[in-house]
Design a protein around this ligand. Structure first.
Ligand SMILES: Nc1nc2c(ncn2[C@@H]2O[C@H](COP(=O)(O)OP(=O)(O)OP(=O)(O)O)[C@@H](O)[C@H]2O)c(=O)[nH]1
Length: 324
């Protein structure tokens, strides 16, 4: 999966290491809907543990309660502050220079605090740089990368910002993260089977936000279970494997199937086009049409005590997707 990234990894590492002596504070842009999975696991090591401002972008699409949990979680870490923003809104960015100053500390009182923005593709880095600069200096959207020399721009409040972001690869070594990244649109739709992503996401949403799902798609009754051929698949070709998918099986597939049935995916002869259901669910989720949702909480971070508790309680409770 995602053979694209390793080649870019070295380039990203080189670019960051070159800029590093210049940098006092790192701004790490994360997606507020998946702040764990949209992080790069090597960032702290790569930047030699420089102070970091975690900017949680797309706060407009995330669950405000969970966003508060995440900012609290990050604020409790050493040399770390967090700020949730709608990156496209300049007024949300006003606190950034002050927070960078606080993170840089006294030693930098004699000159500008030097800051570099880093993060995975499409997370909002350029939007943040342009918003902070008050003009368009970094490319946004899907324009191809053009190599150019990094320059510093002075932004409000004695902060000098490197105009080119450090593009890091996303964390893909863990299955749950890969699915969440795919659900959010952060990794290409061709990277993991599209229908699988929708099935796992539907089951997750049924656990975390059953009302949002049932309201949007009027899920009163689920269709009878259809065996999911995808769940039979064995782990191969670096595929994230069937575990999460198999677990998501019943509820996830039933939901995607119901959505397909209601939104133009019912074929002649009564056959259901799951791809259609997947398309509707994933597009609408990404567009915020299901409301403000967060796909993971600090308790979902693997290896935390909280995670063990969360796993146990979700296995006990395991609310059915038909909850209305
Ligand atoms: N709804 C919403 N959309 C945002 C937000 N921040 C960025 N976007 C959108 O997300 C898309 C990607 O933003 P970019 O700033 O280009 O992301 P990037 O990290 O620079 O992307 P790459 O150049 O691929 O590395 C754009 O369409 C932005 O308008 C936000 O806070 N809320």
């Amino acid at each position: 999966m995602l053979g694209w990234y390793p080649g870019h990894m070295n380039k990203a590492r080189r670019q960051i290491l070159e800029a590093l002596p210049e940098i006092d504070v790192v701004i790490e842009v994360l997606d507020a809907r998946l702040p764990y999975s949209s992080a790069n696991p090597m960032l702290a090591e790569l930047t030699r543990h420089k102070p970091v401002l975690k900017v949680l972008s797309r706060a407009d699409l995330a669950d405000p309660h969970e966003t508060r949990e995440w900012t609290r979680h990050f604020d409790a870490q050493p040399a770390t502050r967090a700020l949730a923003v709608t990156t496209t809104q300049a007024r949300d960015l006003k606190r950034v220079p002050k927070l960078c100053h606080e993170l840089a500390g006294q030693v930098r009182a004699d000159r500008d605090v030097r800051v570099m923005v880093m993060g995975i593709p499409n997370v909002g880095k350029s939007t943040l740089i342009n918003g902070l600069a008050g003009r368009s200096i970094a490319r946004t959207g899907n324009e191809p990368a053009v190599t150019k020399r990094q320059q510093k721009v002075r932004i409000n409040g004695q902060v000098a910002l490197i105009d080119t972001p450090g593009v890091l690869w996303p964390k893909i070594e863990d299955q749950a993260s890969a699915y969440r990244l795919a659900a959010s649109g952060a990794i290409r739709d061709t990277a993991i089977d599209y229908v699988d992503v929708a099935i796992v996401t539907a089951a997750e949403l049924a656990k975390r936000y059953p009302e949002a799902l049932s309201t949007r798609y009027k899920l009163k009754e689920l269709p009878p279970f259809q065996p999911n051929p995808e769940a039979e698949r064995t782990e191969a070709d670096g595929d994230p494997g069937p575990d999460l998918l198999a677990r998501a099986g019943f509820d996830g597939q039933a939901i995607v199937s119901t959505i397909a049935g209601k939104r133009g995916g019912l074929r002649a002869g009564g056959e259901i086009d799951l791809h259609r259901g997947a398309e509707v669910l994933l597009h609408e989720l990404r567009d915020g049409k299901l409301g403000r949702l967060t796909l993971e909480t600090p308790a979902d971070i693997p290896g935390t005590e909280d995670e063990a508790v969360a796993e146990a309680s979700s296995a006990d409770a395991a609310p059915r997707a038909s909850d209305d």
